[in-house]
Design a protein around this ligand. Structure first.
Ligand code: SAM
Length: 285
């Protein structure tokens, strides 16, 4: 079987199918032969496990996942890649390609239909223009996923895996930490892709929690507050929250005082528990 990370093989396949890369779809294909086997091993793919992949490209990671997993379902938006995948994945009878936009598919139904009786993980080299929306969709939909192993741009990876309460944390860090334990697995150089993107990448892993690490009375209200608090990073939490939630500054200032924080506290210095406490105080009004 030809190596799908070999640049000569990639060029030959793309040329033969008259395929030209679409930059706006994040089409950077891996050409480092070590990355996909390592990602597949780390993903938890094995017998009894179904893997949902997003954006197979020409199938370089898909093939490695298929060698280990019971079944792989891979979702590709670009219909022009389907005949290519039909050719490159012809040796595997445990792979199904679904053409569609990962952000628009009915994922609970897809998982129920395709992975009945299997444990399910996600593994993907994500199209970078939709990194956060995809990760948040996978987590917020409370899909029955055990683990999410994805390649993302380095800066996004740092943000997603940051410690809540540190300077690198943002609203997305809090959201990820609420649903999963996140860690950076390894770095991937920009030279591992064709065409080479402008930045390096990280492979990160989200170990989905069975229970959130904090208890909040109103989950939607908590996330609204978090989004507002981190929305304007230069402002104090009081100013950012009152502006973002369109609430009276004095009400927020009083909630911050009742929660026991400095009036000038910034969102980035608050831990998960402290953010939950503040949200409860704001709910109390
Ligand atoms: N897995 C391949 C690799 O590692 O070489 C390709 C990864 S490439 C970074 C991202 C892939 O996601 C492309 O094949 C692109 O067409 C596909 N894609 C882009 N937007 C998508 C979407 N909304 N839903 C599903 N696939 C998408």
């Amino acid at each position: 079987m030809k190596s799908l990370s070999d640049i000569g093989v990639i060029k030959e396949i793309l040329y033969r199918h008259g395929f030209s890369l679409t930059k706006s779809l994040g089409q950077n294909f891996l050409i480092d032969p070590d990355i996909c086997p390592e990602m597949a091993r780390a993903s938890g793919a094995q017998k009894g496990v179904g893997v949902l992949e997003i954006g197979p490209g020409i199938g370089v990671l898909t093939a490695e996942l298929a060698k280990l997993a019971e079944k792989v379902v891979t979702v590709e938006l670009d219909a022009r890649l389907l005949p290519i995948l039909g050719e490159t994945l012809a040796d595997f009878d445990n792979v199904e390609v679904v053409q569609g936009d990962i952000l628009k598919l009915d994922l609970p139904r897809l998982i129920e239909e395709k992975f009945a009786g299997l444990r399910v993980v996600v593994c993907a080299n994500l199209p970078y223009y939709i990194t956060s929306p995809v990760i948040m969709l996978l987590l917020e939909s409370r899909l029955p996923l055990e683990m999410i192993t994805v390649m993302v741009q380095k800066e996004a990876g740092e943000r997603l895996c940051a410690t809540v309460g540190s300077r690198k944390a943002g609203a997305v860090t809090v959201a990820v930490d609420y649903f999963a334990q996140a860690e950076i697995l390894f770095e991937v150089s920009r030279t591992s892709f064709v065409p080479a993107p402008k930045v390096d990448s990280f492979v990160i892993q989200l170990d989905v929690r069975s229970e959130p690490p904090i208890t909040v009375q109103n989950e939607a209200g908590f996330f609204r507050m978090v989004k507002a608090a981190f929305g304007q990073r230069r402002k104090t939490a009081a100013n950012a929250i009152s502006a973002g939630m369109v609430m009276d500054k004095a009400t927020i200032a009083a909630a911050i005082e009742r929660a026991g924080f400095d009036p000038n506290v910034r969102a980035e210095s608050l831990s998960m528990e402290e953010l939950a406490r503040l949200s409860c105080e704001i709910e109390r009004g």
